[in-house]
Design a binder for this molecule. Structure first.
Ligand code: 9MR
Length: 358
């Protein structure tokens, strides 16, 4: 046990263990034994069933194996900056996770030093790391209103916006084609408080291309990498303040429209940045309904950025960790009832390396 791999990881391990082993058998047509694993992976629309190598609920059993024993993929976000500098972290991540999401290294800010320039040094390192450690790779993210380098604002306009976006998607998705399990093609396109008239989150891509930028991005990604699962990733879907409800409705409408238009979209990422002190705003029944609507659209569901903000929780560490573990358990036990949920990703693996501590 490494000294930084603190209680939180163990708590997550125990809460996830009890969840992935509790009452979800019905939803797991994917449930596979080691010998069945390779047969099933081809038949389940790209779902990869990883063999379970140990007994679930045994705390020494890696999270990825406990998840795999129920047909789930478990992964975490990590970044070049810390993974390349901290071998302990890299080893634990590879040991626990079946899937790696580069937290920042595939964003425009990292990949695009200039209009006609790409810098793949960090993204290649991450892709090689995933391959060497036998982890699936999940790309995040091709189109987002944030993390854009300064030149984008200065050199992109209505005239060249679509060409720049499509060229970026083609170049990046093509480079990693065959190695990418899934791509977050578009991230956070719906406003925090959407209205029927205007559901869109302000974004330069919206200004330059119009609402069709979402569909155009998916088409470009599919052309560049026909094998990868293409995901629409969104925040603010876990809670049920009134604006949370409006957001779910707007997201469902977007997904329905994309499906109706024949856009190549395969799943939805529900980010799930939970807030430990606001868990009463999580309403299980509302979430069940939302998940079912997504499933009815024949879309796979990823819990794509799971973590719990604890800044408003009590100072006492044991109490705090108990509440955090409870938040994970309350949330995941509802989420995992839904058969369309295939993948759980935590946004990091250690409190020492999380955006919350920045
Ligand atoms: O965790 C990421 C942090 O290190 C970056 O500074 C930030 C801006 O690029 O993005 C964070 O990750 C975000 C993710 O890309 C999209 N969903 C919200 C995540 C937390 O802000």
């Amino acid at each position: 046990m490494h000294d930084w791999a603190i209680t939180r990881r163990q708590l997550l391990r125990f809460s996830t263990a009890s969840i992935v082993t509790a009452g979800v058998t019905s939803c797991r047509s994917l449930l596979a034994t080691r010998s069945e694993a390779s047969d099933q992976s081809d038949e389940n629309n790209n779902r990869v069933i990883l063999p379970s190598t140990c007994v679930p609920l045994n705390s020494e059993c890696p999270l990825k194996d406990q998840a795999a024993s129920r047909g789930l993929i478990y992964g975490a976000a990590g970044k070049y900056k810390t993974l390349s500098a901290d071998l302990d972290l890299a080893n634990v991540l590879a040991q626990e996770c079946a899937l790696l999401v580069p937290e920042n290294d595939f964003k425009w800010q990292a990949l695009r030093p200039g209009l006609n320039q790409f810098d793949f040094s960090r993204s290649d390192w991450m892709a090689d790391f995933a391959m060497e450690r036998e982890m699936l790779l999940r790309g995040h993210t091709l189109v987002w209103y944030k993390s854009l380098p300064r030149w984008v604002e200065e050199q992109v306009s209505v005239e060249n916006g679509e060409a720049v976006m499509v060229d970026h998607i083609r170049t990046v998705a093509h480079r990693y084609a065959g190695r990418m399990h899934s791509w977050d093609v578009v991230n956070e396109a719906i406003a925090p408080e959407p209205t029927v008239e205007n559901p869109w989150r302000p974004s330069p891509w919206l200004d330059w291309i119009g609402p069709d930028y979402v569909a155009k991005a998916f088409h470009a990604a599919h052309e560049a990498d026909p094998e990868a699962l293409l995901i629409y990733n969104e925040n603010g879907l876990w809670w049920d303040a009134p604006e949370g409800e409006a957001k779910k409705v707007a997201v469902l409408r977007l997904l329905e429209n994309l499906k109706t238009q024949g856009v190549p979209i395969h799943g939805v990422g529900i980010q799930s940045h939970l807030r430990g002190h606001l868990m009463e705003q999580f309403q299980p029944e509302k979430m069940r309904q939302f998940l079912q609507h997504v499933a009815d659209l024949d879309l796979e569901i990823f819990i794509s950025e799971l973590d719990v903000r604890d800044t408003e929780l009590p100072d006492d560490i044991e109490e705090r960790d108990r509440l955090i573990a409870g938040a994970y358990q309350d949330y995941l036990s509802v989420i995992l009832e839904q058969p369309a949920v295939s993948t759980i990703v935590t946004w990091g693996l250690s409190d020492r390396d999380t955006w919350h501590s920045k």
